[in-house]
Design a protein around this ligand. Sequence first.
Ligand SMILES: C[S@@+](CC[C@H](N)C(=O)[O-])C[C@H]1O[C@@H](n2cnc3c(N)ncnc32)[C@H](O)[C@@H]1O
Length: 310
Amino acid sequence: MKVVSLFSGAGGLDLGFIQAGHNIVWANDVYDDAVATYKTNIGNHIIQSDIHCIDSTEIPDCDLIIGGFPCQGFSVANIKRHSQDTRNSLYKELLRVIKDKKPRYFLAENVKGILSLDKGSVFSMILKDFSAAGYNVKYKVLNSANFGVPQKRERVIIVGVRKDIPYNFEYPEETHSEKGDDGKLRWISVSEALKPFPDPDTLNNIPNHVYSKYKLNFNGYMGHRPLDPNKPAPTVTARGDNKGGVVILPHPNNQRRMTCRELATIQSFPHDYYFCGNSSSIYRQIGNAVPVKMAYAIAKQFNLIQNESN
Ligand SMILES: C[S@@+](CC[C@H](N)C(=O)[O-])C[C@H]1O[C@@H](n2cnc3c(N)ncnc32)[C@H](O)[C@@H]1O
């Protein structure tokens, strides 16, 4: 499919779509380092600009619009979350572009916390908005560990199918489960995933294999808990823009933080995916991303649609 990508960041979601055979024809993000990363690994079709400044006529026609709109205003991890948060307006930008371009399908990704914001009223409003824009909409919470990602990251995946298209989108079948005793593969643990990497303090030429020396302090808060090496990692998070703190998980040896490369592996980026910027910018780009393997599993479902409509 011809795909337009909004809020593309470092390209986790887009890479999954490319791996599944789709063609990203245009992408956008405001964050310079993320755009540099995207250009280095994916292509020059990304435009660095605030989405508010882009007229829809500048965006090419496409079959599918994808976008993980920034979620801090929506996140349960954000104590000050509130439906009046101005960052929530970014979803309206996604809606504007969908309304103007009228693609056959769209996919919007977000944190699970969006479902409960203001007792669910924000999410109902979003679903109503998409329906009024002419789409049959469905949504599902997917846990990336169930798709072979060494991380228990849960995300809401909203899919819209234009109302004139008689197609019932199906979410991907889970390939992994916690114990792997139900015909599926067992969850991938964080220590298994990080096995290939040498100690970053020894001589190595692995890209982005550097870590924050910020002292570990296990105080029970998010990102400050010892990691269980035998389980998938907890959710890697970051603020969506280039400000504020980033949660950098400890390495499973619980003696230092993960390197950027290790954190990228927890998000299932390929080992040669190169991230631009300083370490905190890189940690942030990684924390913002959709795990590539989960993106790929979802993207493959859009191949089924295309096959059926051919
Ligand atoms: C959740 S991240 C998306 C990550 C991406 N889908 C991936 O898988 O790597 C949201 C992105 O929205 C971008 N963003 C925030 N405000 C923006 C704006 N006004 N215009 C364009 N992009 C914006 C942020 O820079 C961030 O990269």
